[in-house]
Design a protein around this ligand. Structure first.
Ligand SMILES: Cc1cc2nc3c(=O)[nH]c(=O)nc-3n(C[C@H](O)[C@H](O)[C@H](O)COP(=O)(O)OP(=O)(O)OC[C@H]3O[C@@H](n4cnc5c(N)ncnc54)[C@H](O)[C@@H]3O)c2cc1C
Length: 379
């Protein structure tokens, strides 16, 4: 990118789904946008890669056609207990499977096409002074802007820099993801429990199967490596044993992340408008983090456009409205997500719930509905 330009209307820190949705939306409306992303595209990310259909109208507005990219339509859900008892249900709204390798890359290309600038660098500091931001990067570049969008994901050096509260608490969760080849239905997303965690299974483009599990460190630390953990713990669920044993991974090594925190965060800090996981992370059990990231970007983009057109007269009102709309959209699903995850975390309780769900499978779509949103607007 030409770095002679140093001032932008909006600087977006982090080019994941939240940051790129903002970049596409705002550049489509002729604001000058700089996205600073520390990694190159395309790149694999630890994620279950099942996205709720609620985002489709908005992705259409952003001119991202996931089905042209090979996304798989998914409308069935399977849930199994640690010992393999299976419950099946239709997904109330349905969703699709697409890899982050493919989707993030496509969205980055669209943002650039719309005129946004993309810089591969890591932001190290953000200062707010005299109603303007100053953003410094690892490669010693400094940019200024009227607005900064924080879309730097669930955990970043910037959380430490901004002294955010959640980063001070250690989190026990880690996750492992791989892509495999083998047999699995196109239209199913499965969530199979094992002691201390659960694993999502669903297809993405090119007939690849995503296997992504989350577990706690307490359960993991007694084993010498991932293979031993899978053999001794994960494969006790016969569905997981079958899917891991009868498929071939084509990642050299599985991807791993640790310190996944579900603690409360603030959607605005130091006047930075936080989007996606930077504002809050819902338990992956709910399969809704990506649509929340995209939805929060839509909310932020609408308000920022109104701010630049002076319909929103000042920063204070912009921030107040963002907080209000963010809470309205996400507070209740985050609460249900926490509750469901806490119940599933307790072995005995989760077995009782599963027995109940087997007797009354009609309850399952209602629980799913409570952790998901409505179809987003196409604007
Ligand atoms: C195990 C697991 C499974 C999941 N499965 C699903 C699922 O199946 N469905 C679903 O909907 N959600 C799922 N989620 C949640 C989903 O992955 C996230 O909600 C989603 O990725 C959020 O997107 P984002 O844009 O906020 O963050 P990200 O996609 O993480 O993007 C943040 C970006 O910021 C960049 N960055 C960070 N710091 C800096 C810096 N200082 N300077 C520059 N760039 C920086 C990073 O490189 C990254 O690209 C899962 C999460 C986990 C942990």
């Amino acid at each position: 990118m030409n770095t002679n330009q140093i001032h932008f209307d909006v600087i977006v820190i982090g080019g994941g789904l939240a940051g790129l949705s903002c970049a596409i939306h705002l550049s489509k409306n002729n604001l000058s946008i700089l996205v600073i992303e520390k990694n190159e595209y395309p790149k694999h990310k630890v994620c279950g890669e099942y996205i709720s259909n609620e985002v489709l109208p908005y992705l259409d507005f952003l001119e991202i056609d996931v089905f042209k990219l090979g996304a798989k339509k998914i409308d069935k859900f399977q849930l199994s207990t640690t010992n393999g008892q299976l419950i099946s249900a239709d997904l109330p709204l349905g969703g699709f499977g697409i890899s982050r390798f493919c989707l993030d890359h496509e969205m980055a290309k669209k943002a650039i096409y719309n005129g946004a600038k993309l810089l591969q660098d890591a932001v190290e500091d953000v200062q707010f002074y005299e109603d303007q931001f100053s953003v410094e990067t690892k490669n010693n570049k400094t940019f200024t802007s009227k607005i900064v969008i924080g879309a730097f994901g669930k955990r970043s050096n910037l959380d430490v820099r901004l002294d955010r509260q959640f980063i001070k608490t250690k989190s026990p969760y880690l996750a492992v993801k791989t892509h495999v080849k083998g047999n699995f239905p196109n239209d199913v997303v499965a969530l199979h429990n094992f002691e201390g965690g659960y694993c999502g299974v669903s297809k993405v483009e090119n007939d690849n199967i995503n296997l992504c599990y989350i577990t706690n460190f307490k359960s993991f630390k007694n084993h010498k490596d991932i293979e031993e953990f899978q053999e001794k713990v994960v494969y006790k669920n016969p569905h997981l044993k079958a899917v891991f044993k009868n498929t071939t991974s084509f990642f050299e090594q599985p991807l791993t992340i640790s310190q996944i925190s579900f603690e409360d965060k603030k959607p605005i800090e130091n006047h930075i408008i936080m989007c996606g996981d930077t504002a809050a992370l819902i338990h992956p059990l709910c399969g809704n983090g990506m649509s929340m990231a995209i939805r929060s970007a839509q909310i932020a983009s609408h308000l920022i456009l109104r701010y630049f057109s002076s319909e929103i007269p000042n920063r204070k009102i912009l921030e107040k409205q963002y907080l209000r709309e963010w809470n309205k959209a996400f507070k209740s699903r985050l609460k249900t997500g926490h509750l469901v995850a806490n119940l599933f975390n307790q072995h005995r309780i989760s077995e009782v719930i599963m027995k109940g769900l087997k007797l009354f499978p009609g309850v399952l779509p209602h629980i799913i509905k409570r952790t998901h949103g409505k179809l987003m607007e196409a604007k």
